[in-house]
Structure formats: structure tokens, C-alpha cells
Design a protein around this ligand. Structure first.
Ligand SMILES: [Mg+2]
Length: 309
């Protein structure tokens, strides 16, 4: 057995070092081989792909957030290499989606029960096959969108500071200057939708990193992706809602939010809109092609989650 672990070593983060020591100990006591890949922010995708093709690991472990997970998923899609996730990033939306234990970034991980649970899930080996979404030639596993939220991501990106206060500032600034745009959606099975919107999400998952639910119908392994069209400003309150306020059972007013399940669709926007995929800002777009890639990545999860999925 060979485990390859992908670590995003943010400086000053002692938890990543503890994780490496922990895995080295486990490798010795349980008799698997351990290879370590540290991301540098420079050609990580190509380098990881090379390493995976060379090592051919039995399990790919990912210690990081949504960005690192997306990169790893792109590398192992359509390969028989399951991903085990230690959600240690600044945004861990997919971990929440897969009901994986969430860890506290400022407490040593080896002291955390949730870390032990995350490791047990990887050892137990129950997994789900997760869909990815192809969007204008790129990949998404979590959430992409055009309009207001992408504007907030852009503002956050351009800002020098980080953290919730910066996010809140960007939210209110972009919210007050929001403008509706025209959209049209054509699905591969011939449905047509059009109108005015403030935001259109391309959602494999259900919720934002904040826990706010954009796509109550979301299921990362059902072979469809939802286009969630926010047509009324009042519905934008979902963007600032914390997970504790909105739980899974949201009934949207169809007049405010339209949710379109698709396997393939093309979207036109007028004028061009800000655009983000899984938290990564893209160039503004006026045309977006979306298609689902069903069951292309295997991710370890709890037995309970697997049974529901
Ligand atoms: Mg789905």
C-alpha cells in the first residue's frame, strides 16, 4: 500500500507538521509506504500529476481546503485512486458537504477528536463517487457563480486584508452597488429559461463555506448540477446567512430563486459578469458552458454518509 499525501504548507501552520509526523508513525506501525507532496503555488497541478503517475498511490490524502481538494480531484479523476481529506484549509466547504469532521485551525490537531475521526474514516475506507462539473473548459467540484458573489470574491481578492471583517465589508459594498443582468439558459434537453438576475450559481454542492445554503437540492453524487438563479435582491440574504440560521430545509419562493437541474447547459449573460469557480476568480464571462462529469472522483466518507448517498 502506498499513500501519497498532498500538503499545503501555509507558513506558521504547525498542524501540517504534526500531521506529517503522525502519518510517518502510522506508516511505520501499520506498514504502508508514505510519500509526501508539498504544494508551492507554482505548477502544483502538473507536478502532482507527474508524482501520481510515477508513484501510483493506493490512496491520495489531501491536507488542505477546497482549492487543494479541487486540484487533487482534477489529478485523480477517472483513476481508481480514492481521496482521503483532512479539512485543514481556510475554506472547507466540500468537507461540510461530505459530512466530514471539521477541525479547529488553532488547536493542535492531534488533540482533536475530529482529527481522529477523519483518520478513522480514511482507514475504514467507505467512499462515495463524487461528480465534477466542467465549466468553460475548467473543473469545479463545489460552487461556481457569476454576478454578485463573484464580485465579492473579486473584491476580497483585490483587498490586502483577509478574514471575516474583510468579507463582510466586501459583501456590503458589492451588495449596495449590485446590478441585475440578463441571462438565458438553454439545457441539452431543450428547456429554455431567461430573465433578469443578480446572481447565477452553478452548484454541484449545497452550501457556501459560510454554511449558507444556495442549493437545497444539491447532491454531489446524483449526476446532475443545479443552476440557481437569484432573481430578487431579497433572496441574496442567503449570502450572509450563517449555517446556524439556515439549515437544510430551505423552501425558496420560486419568484425569487429558480433552480434548474441539468446535465448540460449553455448560459448567456448580458452584460458580461464577474465569474468565480470554487473560490478562484476567473475572467469576466458572457457565455458559460456547463456539463456534469458523473462519478469521476472517489472520496472517503463516513459509513452513514455513504448509506444516505
Ligand atoms: Mg448533483
Amino acid at each position: 500500500m502506498i499513500y501519497l499525501v498532498v500538503i499545503n504548507p501555509v507558513s506558521g501552520d504547525s498542524n501540517k507538521k504534526s500531521l506529517t509526523y503522525f502519518l510517518q508513525e502510522q506508516a511505520q506501525s501499520k506498514g504502508f509506504d508514505l510519500e509526501i507532496f508539498e504544494t508551492t503555488g507554482n505548477n502544483d497541478y502538473e507536478k502532482l500529476k507527474e508524482q501520481v503517475d510515477f508513484v501510483m498511490p493506493d490512496k491520495l490524502l489531501v491536507a488542505g481546503g477546497d482549492g487543494t481538494l479541487l486540484m487533487a480531484a482534477e489529478v485523480v479523476k477517472n483513476k481508481e485512486i480514492p481521496i482521503g481529506l483532512f479539512p485543514l484549509g481556510s475554506a472547507n466547504g466540500m468537507a461540510a458537504e461530505l459530512d466530514l469532521p471539521s477541525m479547529m485551525p488553532n488547536i493542535p490537531i492531534l488533540d482533536q477528536q475530529s482529527f481522529k475521526r477523519a483518520w478513522k474514516i480514511i482507514e475504514d475506507g467507505h467512499s462515495v463517487k463524487v461528480d465534477m462539473v466542467r465549466i468553460n473548459g475548467k473543473y469545479s467540484i463545489h460552487l461556481a457563480d457569476v454576478g454578485l458573489n463573484a464580485e465579492i470574491v473579486r473584491g476580497f481578492d483585490e483587498s490586502d486584508s483577509r478574514g471575516f471583517a474583510t468579507y463582510a465589508h466586501q459583501f456590503f459594498q458589492k451588495y449596495t452597488s449590485r446590478k441585475a443582468f440578463n441571462y438565458s439558459v438553454r439545457t441539452n434537453d431543450g428547456r429554455l429559461y431567461s430573465g433578469e438576475a443578480y446572481m447565477l450559481s452553478i452548484a454541484n454542492a449545497r452550501m457556501f463555506g459560510t454554511g449558507a445554503i444556495i442549493n437545497p437540492r444539491g447532491n454531489v453524487s446524483d449526476g446532475t448540477v443545479e443552476l440557481c438563479v437569484i432573481k430578487k435582491a431579497s433572496a441574496l440574504s442567503i449570502l450572509k446567512s450563517a449555517g446556524s440560521i439556515i439549515t437544510g430545509n430551505v423552501e425558496y419562493d420560486a419568484d425569487q430563486v429558480e433552480i434548474i437541474s441539468v446535465k448540460k447547459a449553455s448560459i448567456e449573460l448580458e452584460p458580461a459578469q464577474s465569474f468565480q469557480i470554487d473560490g478562484e476568480l476567473q475572467k469576466p464571462v458572457s457565455k458559460v458552458d456547463v456539463s456534469i462529469l458523473p462519478s469521476v472522483v472517489e472520496v472517503y466518507c463516513s459509513k452513514e454518509f455513504k448509506d444516505q448517498a
